[in-house]
Write a protein that binds this ligand. Structure first.
Ligand SMILES: *Cc1c(COP(=O)(O)O)cnc(C)c1O
Ligand code: SF4
Length: 357
């Protein structure tokens, strides 16, 4: 296929021409021996896929490139056998296939098993790109039916995989069905496509989505290198359609676990009017040990941002567990001393606030 400018910006062309082999990858980076071997050995385990757009953000020669490390397999993935397959027991928490209920009032509905790229640290590795987890229309209908019959559910998070890899028509069918359920108040989409395939965010998609408001979107940027003009345009189209856009990152060792990089990421997101929402501790998941940061170090990282950038540029650091999300906060409240509450200011000074018993 010849690649004209028009093709490059077509999201279906990008999906159809994803890099999934050594030769393809070699036109973007000089592939190392380790990467080469890993691609082969992980082919049945957790294969790789990269959109040409995302591949073009990789550094050709730097093995530590933060884009490259997110998507190109490495042999260390096979060295870690301590991790789990489904660390959040999502399967145990699914009343029907792919509807995950951990909270009384909201569910995560994995409507899709396909993504534009396969992130090496992905929590849902077990389903991403795997036939067994694909959702037939009949299975989607069963999930929707369960939500219809469960009046406690007021918030439905469509995730996957990535719901935006569906066509507008398939997505609209799901939204129409959900909107016909009176107790569903908000619908959220969890999607990485503004980062990995920003051309998917078209004016047509946005005008379709805004018919089903309130719609919220959470996307998934991990590094300032991902904040391109194309990504900014995608975010702008979404926010102009009245969709609040938030961001969820994963804290990844050597990628975004230093104050300077995290600050640049968060401030860049805010400039794009994307609100940093959560940063997740990487799960104890098979093949991801090399990405995990010590939780104490993660807490210190977000502590360091406090007071040093706009309050709304600071995301909440979260440990996800089978029993819900737990905020990993630095304790600014030191305790009570008589009639005072003792707190720590952002500069590390002690402040006493009178607060009689
Ligand atoms: C993350 C998650 C949600 C949404 O949680 P919020 O804290 O409301 O963003 C809902 N259900 C499941 C299963 C989740 O993992
Ligand atoms: S986009 Fe999300 S679901 Fe898809 S591979 Fe990456 S982390 Fe996993």
């Amino acid at each position: 296929m010849t690649e004209s400018e028009g093709d490059w910006e077509s999201w279906t062309w990008q999906m159809q021409n994803r890099v999934d082999g050594v030769e393809g990858l070699a036109s973007y980076i000089s592939v190392s021996e380790d990467e080469c071997k890993a691609m082969e050995e992980l082919a049945t385990h957790f294969r790789f896929r990269i959109t040409p757009y995302y591949a073009s953000l990789m550094d050709a020669d730097d093995l530590h490139c933060p884009i490259r490390r997110q998507v190109v397999p490495r042999m260390v993935e096979l060295a870690d056998a301590a991790g789990l397959r489904d660390p959040l027991d999502e399967e145990e928490h699914s009343p029907v296939k792919n509807v995950i209920r951990v909270y009384p009032d909201r569910v995560a509905f994995c409507v899709n098993n396909e993504c534009a790229i396969y992130c090496r640290y992905c929590l849902r590795k077990r389903m991403v790109g795997s036939e067994e987890w694909s959702m037939k229309k009949r299975e989607l209908a069963r999930g929707i039916q369960w939500i219809r019959q469960t009046p406690a559910i007021r918030d439905v998070l469509l995730t996957g995989g990535d719901p935006l890899t569906y066509s507008d028509a398939r997505l609209e069918w799901i939204l129409q069905e959900l909107r016909s359920i009176p107790h569903v108040e908000i619908i959220r989409l969890g999607t990485r496509l503004p980062v990995t395939l920003p051309y998917r965010i078209t004016p047509e998609l946005c005008s379709m989505l805004q018919k089903y408001h309130p719609i919220w979107v959470n996307t998934h940027f991990n590094h300032p290198k991902e904040l391109t003009a194309e990504a900014a345009r995608a975010a702008d189209l979404l926010t102009k359609a009245g969709i609040p856009v938030g961001n969820q990152s994963v804290l990844l060792k050597g990628i975004n676990d230093d104050v300077e990089t995290m600050k640049r990421l968060c401030e860049g997101l805010v400039r794009m009017r994307v609100r940093p929402y959560y940063v997740y501790q990487a799960q104890l998941l098979d093949g991801t040990e090399h990405f995990r940061v010590r939780i104490e170090d993660g807490i210190a990282l977000f502590r360091a941002l406090r007071g040093r950038t706009s309050g709304f540029a600071i995301p909440q650091y979260i440990l996800d567990t089978p029993h819900g999300k737990v905020p990993l906060d630095h304790a600014f409240v030191k305790g009570r001393d008589g009639d005072d509450i003792v707190v720590e200011t952002f500069e590390g000074l002690e402040w006493r606030e009178r607060n009689p018993l």
